[in-house]
Structures are given as structure tokens and as C-alpha cells.
Design a protein around this ligand. Structure first.
Ligand code: PBG
Length: 330
């Protein structure tokens, strides 16, 4: 006798496949990272991120309007800070008229309904390319968390809807939540990079913002004392549960594709939305392979994005967001 169940019936044609498909991608899934620079009329392509750009504020305005037209309703802002404004304490991060604060206002003016999330971290402001204040070769935890809390208040004050701390200092979510409450920003959300691994996939991003750790005596050459060891799984759960207890509204796992086991584990364990960041190195790899004609760009983009969502992502931060919309519309 034939098997009672023939699974191929559900794959026989596109109509039945689309009827039973479990994971559907839409513009609502995306958070679009944007890189902002000083200047006028600047749209610079990032060398290691083909077709991805840094925008000056005037062109940022146009870009967010285009995103909104495409149905992309959330952005995550990053700034490239001029060298002369970098120091060990990240003082420029607290400048209420700094580039980030002006970028927030620019987006809100251009597109009031656009959800604005901001990167809360030191590294673009650090003369040493680290996410915290350094003393005697050590990244100080509590002093750095305190700065991140002040930075978050400054972003909220400029109009940010969510702050997204990406530093991995201990206790910073509580410090940020308390500071926001104290200053009356009770509606400002926190999307915490909860399980952020010390990954070599961040290389192109550090090119984009010129934010890599510097090679100097007494400065740690990597971020392994605060970002997580990629060999660890239980630690990701612990970090994430602590961030939720401290007041995170959304938790994030980063990078994406190499960490989908962690995504599923966290998705099963928590009851807040889970975000995944498909990072710069993941973008660069596919662009490079596609340029060489070795992979079908659009097909692989959709396969990767679907895999991230299938693993449990409620929110996907991806440099491919506009590519996905183009593909969905084609
Ligand atoms: C910095 C930050 C990094 C990314 C987001 N925020 C880099 C790092 O930690 O060195 C990486 C994003 C990407 O690679 O796309 N706090």
C-alpha cells in the first residue's frame, strides 16, 4: 500500500504552496538601519556595503520619505562622528544639538509617523572605538552605563520613539529605564541588544562609521570583554531575561544567520517581541557573491530573510529591507 500521507500533495503547485506557507514576509517586518553624516548633499556609498549609503541630513529627509512610500515605517539611526569630536568619555553624544539629535528631528519633521529608533552606544564617539569609557586598559562598566542613560535621555528629548542600546554593559537597561522615567519620558521604548555576540561580521559597519577599536597600547583590540562569546547559548538566555527584568520592551539577537538557534531558543523563552539584526558582514557576503555571479541575489535575500523570521524574529533589522520590498513588488 502507498503511504497514507503523501507530503508532496502540499507542494504540487504555487497555489497550494502559498496556501499552506507558514512564514510570510511583509514591509511590517523591517527596521531600516540608516547611516548619517555631517554635510550637505552627501550620499556616499560605503565601500564594503555596495548600494548602501551615508546620508547628510538633507538627503536623509528624502530617503525617509521614500522609505515611508515603500511601506517601511521604522528606522534605526547611526551617526558617523567627525574625528575632532571624539574623546574617551563620548561627551559629544550628550550634545543636544549633535548629529544624532538633529537626525532624529529631521526624520520626525520629514515623516512624523515614522518610528525612530536610535543607536545608543559610545563607539562612534569614542576616540578608541570602544563602547565604554576606558581606564588603564579596562572598559568601565557603571560609568559607561551612566553615560548611556544620559545619552538615551538626550535622544528621547530630541524625539526618539525607542532607544536601542548596543553596548552590552551590565545593568544599562535599568540605568536607562530609570533615567527615562526620572526625566518624564515614560513612553520612550527600549529595544535592547540583549544577546550581542563579539562577531567578526561587524567589519563593514565599522568601516561605515569609522568606529573600529584602535590599535594602541593599553587599548583592548577587540570587544570580547563586553560582547558575548559566540560559543555560548545559556548566557544569551540569561542576558535576555535580565534585560527584560530591567525594563526592555523589545530584545534583540545579533548577528542573524549564524545565531538562529539562539533566536528560536529566546523566542520560545520570552513573551516580549524578539528582534534580529542581520548585520553588515552578512550583507557584504551576499552582495560580493552576487557580484561575482555565484549566487542569485534576490532568491538568496528572500531565503535568508524568511529563515530569520521562521526562526522567531518579530522584527528584522536589515540592510536588505529596500531590496525585499522591490522583490515583493516584482
Ligand atoms: C556599535 C554597533 C555595532 C553594530 C551596531 N551597533 C558594531 C560593534 O559593536 O562594533 C554592528 C552592526 C552591523 O555590523 O551591521 N555599538
Amino acid at each position: 500500500m502507498y503511504p497514507l500521507r503523501r507530503n508532496r500533495r502540499l507542494r504540487a503547485n504555487e497555489a497550494i504552496r502559498s496556501l499552506v506557507r507558514e512564514t510570510i514576509i511583509s514591509p511590517n517586518d523591517f527596521l531600516v538601519p540608516l547611516f548619517v553624516v555631517e554635510g550637505k548633499n552627501v550620499k556616499e556609498e560605503i565601500a564594503s556595503m555596495p548600494n548602501y549609503y551615508r546620508y547628510s541630513l538633507d538627503l536623509l529627509e528624502k530617503e525617509v520619505k521614500d522609505l515611508w512610500q515603500m511601506g517601511l515605517k521604522s528606522v534605526l539611526l547611526f551617526v558617523k562622528v567627525p574625528d575632532n569630536l571624539k574623546d574617551n568619555k563620548g561627551a559629544e553624544a550628550l550634545n543636544d544639538n549633535g548629529l544624532m539629535q538633529r537626525a532624529i528631528k529631521t526624520v520626525k519633521n520629514a515623516c512624523p509617523e515614522m518610528l525612530v529608533m536610535t543607536d545608543v552606544a559610545f563607539d562612534p564617539y569614542s576616540a578608541y572605538g570602544h563602547d565604554g569609557i576606558i581606564e588603564n586598559g579596562i572598559i568601565l562598566n557603571d560609568e559607561s552605563a551612566d553615560m548611556l542613560a544620559q545619552m538615551s535621555v538626550s535622544h528621547a528629548n530630541a524625539g526618539a520613539d525607542f532607544v536601542a542600546p548596543s553596548d552590552m554593559m551590565d545593568g544599562r537597561i535599568l540605568a536607562i529605564r530609570e533615567a527615562l522615567e526620572d526625566e518624564g519620558f515614560t513612553d520612550t521604548g527600549i529595544m535592547s541588544y540583549s544577546a550581542k555576540y563579539a562577531s567578526s561580521f561587524y567589519g563593514p559597519f565599522r568601516d561605515a562609521l569609522d568606529s573600529a577599536p584602535v590599535n594602541m597600547k593599553n587599548i583592548p583590540k577587540d570587544k570580547k570583554t563586553y560582547q558575548m562569546d559566540y560559543a555560548n547559548r545559556f548566557e544569551a538566555l540569561r542576558e535576555t531575561e535580565m534585560d527584560i527584568d530591567e525594563g526592555a520592551d523589545i530584545v534583540m539577537i545579533k548577528p542573524g544567520l549564524c545565531y538562529l538557534d539562539i533566536v528560536r531558543e529566546i523566542k520560545n523563552a520570552v513573551d516580549v517581541p524578539v528582534a534580529v539584526y542581520q548585520v553588515s558582514g552578512e550583507y557584504a557576503m551576499l552582495k560580493a557573491a552576487a557580484e561575482k555571479g555565484w549566487l542569485d541575489h534576490d532568491a538568496v535575500v528572500m531565503e535568508q530573510i524568511t529563515a530569520i523570521k521562521r526562526a522567531g524574529a518579530d522584527v528584522i533589522a536589515s540592510y536588505f529591507a529596500k531590496d525585499v520590498i522591490r522583490i515583493l513588488n516584482s
